[in-house]
Design a protein around this ligand. Structure first.
Ligand code: GTQ
Ligand code: FE2
Length: 357
């Protein structure tokens, strides 16, 4: 361990280390800096995927690759260059673009991994969650919590692509993955005007007395009309010098579970932000990783050492403890999701605002 180790001692040490290896031991003192860093050293890196590149490839997959039992979904996962060969955007978050052509159905299944869909554009797909048919439209967030059966049906005449977020990498790391196929027969597409979940749960501040708390939100759909109105109200209130925005020119809402007031999903935080044109957000860094997608507008994202010019549909990753700040060229709406609820539940959450270093 030191320069003064004699040759004889070195030989004894080498023998000891060889025996460690044989019996399956690794000493802490050779690895302490990697095992217990001063601050997080994520393998994932800040990275940008452009919608203008993703969408045409999704279309080509639609022409060439059938969707059905076995493959289950025509979903293309963002693979972080810092996690080579893995279909993971971050060490905890699966992020994919899913594509369904007219009259196609992605078959029914369920899994312990939790999921949501966020719709950048289009309509015509109904996701059926435990027998409840839920329409998917522009700006909507749709939930498929852990162990809920789900299938997707495109009943329209146009193809549709959307964003999938799942906790697949986290569940894999935790060895907690379970999966079951649903019925193979196609259920006839139900297309009610409103899902049962919304009829029960989508009345602001009004909770059905009969229903218990649930770890995941029972509200299957968060509609753009409500998200948009909530963001607009924050900016209006700012004009009246009333509180509401995160910081000047920066409105934000979090999709929440109406039974607990906590995050809509146990393992993933989902949020929408609206920046006034010209707004520059304060740099923030947090423990845990996040993925952002531009819903509308044009902006510049500073993520760690990288600078991304971002426009509608573009997706970028913010690794753990990596500083992020945004500058809006036009009014910009962004969808953001992260694994922060996991860190909060484990007592590992940290956030710091303002210039670092
Ligand atoms: O839509 O059910 O992107 O099970 C990955 C796994 C989507 C889905 C994904 C899935 C789904
Ligand atoms: Fe699924």
């Amino acid at each position: 361990m030191t320069d003064t180790t004699s040759e004889a001692e070195q030989k004894l040490l080498d023998e000891l280390y060889a025996e460690f290896e044989e019996v399956g031991l690794i000493p802490l003192w050779t690895q302490v800096e990697n095992l217990m860093p001063m601050s997080p050293r994520p393998a994932a890196i800040p990275h940008l995927w452009r919608w203008a590149q993703l969408l045409p490839m999704a279309r080509r997959s639609g022409e060439l690759v059938p969707v059905g039992r076995g493959g289950e979904r025509r979903a293309m996962a963002l693979s972080n260059p810092g996690l080579p060969g893995l279909p993971y955007a971050t060490p905890t978050l699966w992020t994919a673009i899913q594509y369904l052509g007219p009259h196609e159905t992605a078959p029914s299944h369920r899994h312990s991994q939790g999921a949501f869909r966020f719709v950048l554009e289009g309509e015509g797909v109904w996701t059926n969650v435990d027998g409840d048919a839920v329409a998917m439209r522009r700006g909507d967030l749709l939930l498929t919590p852990s162990w809920a059966f789900h299938e997707h049906q495109n009943v329209g005449e146009e193809p549709m692509a959307w964003l999938d977020g799942l906790d697949i990498p986290l569940v894999s790391q935790l060895d907690a993955g379970f999966f079951e196929f649903g019925p193979d027969e196609l259920s006839t597409a139900a297309t009610p005007r409103r899902s049962r979940a919304e009829r029960l749960w989508a009345h602001p501040g009004l909770r059905p007395i009969s229903q218990p708390d649930r770890p995941n939100s029972p509200l299957a759909a968060y509609r753009w009309e409500h998200t948009d109105a909530a963001l607009n109200a924050q900016l209006e209130l700012e004009n009246e010098d009333a509180p509401g925005v995160i910081e000047p020119g920066h409105a934000g809402i979090r999709f929440s579970n109406p039974t607990t007031g906590k995050d809509a999903l146990v393992t993933m935080r989902t949020e929408m932000r609206r920046l006034r044109a010209g707004t520059q957000t304060a740099p923030v860094r947090s423990v845990g990783s996040a993925v952002w997608q531009v819903f509308e507008g044009e902006a510049i994202a500073h993520v760690g050492e990288k600078v991304f010019e971002i426009a509608k549909g573009d997706l970028f990753v913010v690794p753990s403890w990596c500083e992020v700040s945004l500058t809006a060229r036009t009014q910009t709406d962004l969808f953001r999701f992260s694994d922060e609820p996991v860190y909060e539940a484990l007592g590992l959450a940290r956030t710091s605002r303002g210039e670092h270093k």
